[in-house]
Structure formats: structure tokens, C-alpha cells
Design a protein. Structure first.
Length: 336
């Protein structure tokens, strides 16, 4: 696959709206493209017409490239400005997907056919696609996952712990506040209290941090709020149970705590000769463990992912092909 074809296919994929839950058309496009390239393609059904796409050659894969076809909202189509490609998913992770295909094509053209492709849905909202794809693992020794890492190998990634705090109160007319009990006040008191918690830290991954991403509550300005809730997302460096214990001890009786999502932090395989770095985001890797020892590398920067002007330098997409090919050759030379 030449570079112009790589860029054209990337733009065609970016131009398909595939925010999480709506990946069906994008998955079908990827499957058709790989069939045209003479791969054996499995379309693993999920829900709502979504699929995972798993492609192999005649040889059993000893190494697979993997990334995701879904992206975050809002969707906006591709445009090329100089040597920079803009568009939702250009960086995270549709540009990565076709860089991986291009690398697999180079390897296959040189006679190295022990390479497969695993492209999944749902990474941005709970990794349901990766969890399903894990059941189809077929003896691969290495998984090279793609996320925007500035074309550096990841030495480790943080985990995720998402929790919902719920406060219950008692509704009353706001002119008679003594007859009510404000759930919003309880929730605010809790959120202020947990600011003072000393969260766990790790010598490599650093200190745990969190974000209050959602707050809901109340009925009307003139009603004492009977209920309120907030969702927090922690970027973890160890067991989520340590964070849960701290929340339990500091939240008191003001709120109940509900676990929403747990993704563990991971230590990753690195290779001599490649720059390595620790990243704060998480990936599908914990749910693809049956596909082999995991590595993480991809073009583009996480600073540009999920933004209103998401973009990736085209030169970085092309450089990623070289890096993926080099990395695969070194790993396959170790393969039994």
C-alpha cells in the first residue's frame, strides 16, 4: 500500500460518522477494504449493527496490530491543510488503523505473513468490543495496540476507576428549608471533603488524579433538592480498591458510592531502540490480554485527541508505518 492510498483510505474512514454506538458503517468499510486486500476477514457481531473486524492471512498470526474504529462526539469530517489531517478520529484512532494496515501490507509483501489485524468497536465507552474480541484470540504472541503516543512506545498506562456518588434528601418548599433536606448540599460537602484526600501514588506512574465529570440534581430553584449525583473518573496507578477505601472513609453518610467502571493500570512490553514513555490514558489492552504480550504505539498526540480541532500530521502517519514494520520484525524474530 503506497502512502497516497493510505491517506485516501484514512480520509474515507474519518468521513464515516462512527461515534461510539454508531460504528456499524465504519466497521463494514474496514471489512470490505481488507477483503479487497485478500485477507481472511471475520466480522464479529456486537449490538446495533456494530462489528469487530479480525483479519488474517493464510498463516496463523504470531503478532496482531489492533486499534478501534469508534471515536468521541461530535463528529466532523476530514480536511487536509498543508501536511496536517483534521477530522474526528484522524488522531484517535482512524489514522492509526490504516498505518497499521499499511505496515501489515509491507510485511506481507516481503514474505512475512504471520501478522493479523484486530479492529474493534466501543473503546471510548467501556471496551465492549475488545472484551468480545478477546474470545477469538488464536495463539498470537504479541499485540501491538495503537493509540496516539507521539510514535513512542508506552512503558505503562494508568487505569480508570469511575464512580457515581448519590445523595438523598427530602423535598420541601424553599421558603421553609427546615422542613427539607438538601441532597445538593450533601453532595457538595462530599466533593469538597474528598479534595483533601491524599490519593495513592506510584514511582513510575505518579500520583492518582481525578475529574468530576458530571453533576445532576434538584427539581426547581424553589424546591429543596431531594436527590443529586455526581460521576468522578480517577486515573489510577494501582488497585481501585485503595481509592474505594479512601472514599468510603471520607464520604461519611452523606452519599452512597456506586462503582461504574474499572480498568486496571498496565505495565507494557518495551523494545530496545524505541523511545518509551508512561501515559496517563487507558486503552483496550487490559481486555485483549489473550492476544499476546502487549505493546502500545501510535502517531499523533493525546493532546489533540478528543478536541474541537483533532488532527495529526500526515508525516507522523507515514512514520508510524515504518515504526510498526520495524517493531513487528523485531518481535517476530523472537517468535517461536
Amino acid at each position: 500500500m503506497d502512502s497516497l492510498t493510505q491517506l485516501r483510505l484514512t480520509r474515507e474512514l474519518v468521513d464515516i460518522e462512527s461515534t461510539t454506538g454508531r460504528e456499524g458503517e465504519a466497521g463494514a468499510f474496514v471489512a470490505r477494504t481488507l477483503l479487497h486486500l485478500n485477507y481472511h476477514v471475520v466480522e464479529q457481531p456486537l449490538d446495533n449493527g456494530r462489528i469487530n473486524v479480525i483479519a488474517t492471512t493464510d498463516a496463523p498470526p504470531r503478532l496482531v496490530f489492533s486499534t478501534h474504529v469508534d471515536c468521541v462526539p461530535p463528529f466532523f469530517a476530514s480536511r487536509l491543510e498543508g501536511d496536517v489531517l483534521y477530522g474526528r478520529g484522524s488522531c484517535d484512532a482512524k489514522g492509526i488503523l490504516f498505518a497499521q494496515v499499511a505496515a501489515a501490507e509491507r510485511l506481507r509483501a516481503s514474505g512475512e505473513s504471520r501478522v493479523g489485524l484486530v479492529f474493534v468497536s466501543g473503546e471510548e465507552r467501556g471496551s465492549d468490543g475488545a472484551r468480545a474480541a478477546n474470545a477469538l484470540a488464536n495463539g498470537s504472541q504479541f499485540l501491538i495496540n495503537g493509540e496516539p503516543t507521539d510514535n513512542r512506545l508506552a512503558a505503562a498506562t494508568r487505569g480508570v476507576y469511575r464512580v457515581r456518588l448519590r445523595a438523598k434528601g427530602r423535598a420541601a418548599h424553599s421558603s421553609l428549608p427546615h422542613l427539607g433536606e438538601s441532597a445538593i448540599d450533601k453532595l457538595i460537602d462530599t466533593l469538597v471533603a474528598i479534595r483533601a484526600i491524599e490519593w495513592p501514588s506510584d514511582k513510575d506512574l505518579g500520583r492518582t488524579f481525578y475529574n468530576v465529570g458530571l453533576i445532576n440534581g434538584g427539581i426547581a430553584p424553589n424546591v429543596i433538592s431531594p436527590e443529586a449525583d455526581a460521576e468522578l473518573m480517577f486515573r489510577t496507578v494501582g488497585s481501585h480498591q485503595d481509592i474505594r477505601a479512601l472514599l468510603d472513609s471520607h464520604a461519611g453518610s452523606n452519599v452512597s458510592i456506586e462503582d461504574v467502571l474499572v480498568v486496571p493500570p498496565v505495565r507494557l512490553t518495551t523494545v530496545r531502540g524505541f523511545d518509551a514513555e508512561v501515559f496517563s490514558f487507558t486503552t483496550d489492552i487490559p481486555w485483549l490480554d489473550r492476544w499476546g504480550a502487549a505493546l502500545l504505539l501510535g502517531p499523533g498526540s493525546v493532546r489533540d485527541a478528543h478536541t474541537d480541532d483533532e488532527h495529526v500530521p500526515v508525516g507522523e502517519l507515514y512514520r508510524a508505518v515504518d515504526l510498526y514494520e520495524k517493531l513487528a520484525r523485531q518481535l517476530l524474530s523472537q517468535s517461536g
